[in-house]
Design a protein around this ligand. Structure first.
Ligand code: FES
Length: 93
């Protein structure tokens, strides 16, 4: 069972393979914020500290949006990610 650690919240959760990060955050009290829930606002941007390879592959729309936002290489939109293995996340500033 994959583990998701959110260092900002000092929280580690066990989730099912393929679980959406947005669902995890709705079920638990995390500091990851959501707006559009559709990859278009950037509210949910997180830094992937470890395990980027264990998140669902980035689609073109997310990639284009992150480029527009001048995001760092290790940043993802939480609303677009599903978990397939252990990851460590930090809330982007
Ligand atoms: S909630 Fe808007 S981009 Fe994720």
């Amino acid at each position: 069972m994959p583990k998701v650690e959110i260092t900002t919240d000092n929280l580690t959760l066990d989730v099912n393979d393929g679980y959406a990060l947005i669902d995890m955050c709705e079920d638990h009290d995390t500091s990851i914020l959501f707006g559009c829930r559709d990859g278009a606002c950037g509210a949910c941007m997180v830094k992937v500290v470890k395990g980027a390879e264990n998140l669902s592959k980035m689609q073109d729309d997310e990639k284009d949006f992150l480029e527009t936002m001048a995001a760092e290489e290790d940043e993802r939109l939480a609303c677009q990610c599903k978990v397939h293995g252990d990851v460590v996340l930090e809330v982007s500033e």
